[in-house]
Design a binder for this molecule. Structure first.
Ligand code: 13P
Length: 250
């Protein structure tokens, strides 16, 4: 069975005072029933990992460079994330694809580097609103997956996140039929590439305006193994009800 995962992506938010939110989340009883991952900005990683130590909450990064070390000013490598206490890293988020021109090929190289460093690669895919409207969402996302996923992907080192770009930070979410269709499509593509057994073990998260008020419905959707949460992961008071909903989901 796939273990449910509630992942928080703080994006470019949070200072040291915000680390108290992690301690709050770790105290929630439901956080012991599912996997909880919080991905703060890189400046907070080491201290976040120290605060989460001894709890069931784990810490992750939001990006890494494909190389392990070298002359890449401003970048952070996967081994550095692991050394700071990260267990996972978000890769290919649509904001990085848009803001930094990241291609799926680059995301694949980053995922290979992350896996080699012992990190779980959380690979993000998702269509734009125009692609949803013109009926190409399934094809676009399948292609992103094919090009971003390393051959070394397995249940232990890879998580997928379906994040429709038009649902991120907008308060709009696809209806559950659309989420179910995309997640089952992704599962089928994983099976075609990696075999049914491996595909059945890989978690597929939904991301995009997940809130306490819609989490229960989203988590009841087939092939949704958890969520990648942006804005609502910043405050324990919002994130804990989402974790509660995940723990309660069948
Ligand atoms: P929001 O939950 O703020 O829409 O962000 C989703 C997201 O991009 C998570 O990676």
């Amino acid at each position: 069975m796939r273990r449910k995962l509630a992942a928080g992506n703080w994006k470019m938010n949070g200072d040291r005072a915000a680390l108290a939110e992690i301690e709050q989340v770790a105290k929630a009883p439901s956080a012991a029933g599912v996997e909880v991952l919080i991905c703060p900005p890189a400046t907070l990683l080491a201290e976040a990992a120290a605060r989460a130590a001894g709890t069931t909450v784990t810490i992750g990064g939001q990006d890494c460079h494909p190389a392990a070390a070298g002359a890449h000013t401003g970048d952070i490598s996967a081994p550095m994330l692991a050394d700071a206490g990260a267990r996972a890293v978000i890769l290919g988020h649509s904001e990085r694809r848009a803001d930094h021109g990241e291609t799926s090929k680059l995301v694949r190289h980053k995922a290979e580097a992350a896996q080699a460093a012992g990190l779980v690669a959380i690979i993000c895919v998702g269509e734009t609103e125009a692609q949803r409207d013109d009926g190409t969402a399934l094809d676009v996302v399948a292609r992103q997956l094919a090009e971003s996923l390393p051959d070394s992907a397995g249940a232990e080192n890879t998580v997928l996140a379906y994040e429709p770009v038009w649902a991120i930070g907008t308060g709009r979410v696809p209806d559950t039929a659309q989420i179910a269709e995309m997640h089952s499509h992704l599962r089928a593509r994983l099976a075609a590439r990696l075999g049914t057994n491996v595909a059945q073990g890989i978690r597929i998260l939904y991301g995009g305006s997940v809130k306490p008020g819609n989490a229960t419905e989203i988590f009841a959707t087939p092939n949704v193994d958890g969520a990648l949460v942006g804005g609502a992961s910043l405050k324990a008071g919002d994130f804990i009800p989402i974790i509660d909903a995940l723990a309660a989901a069948g």
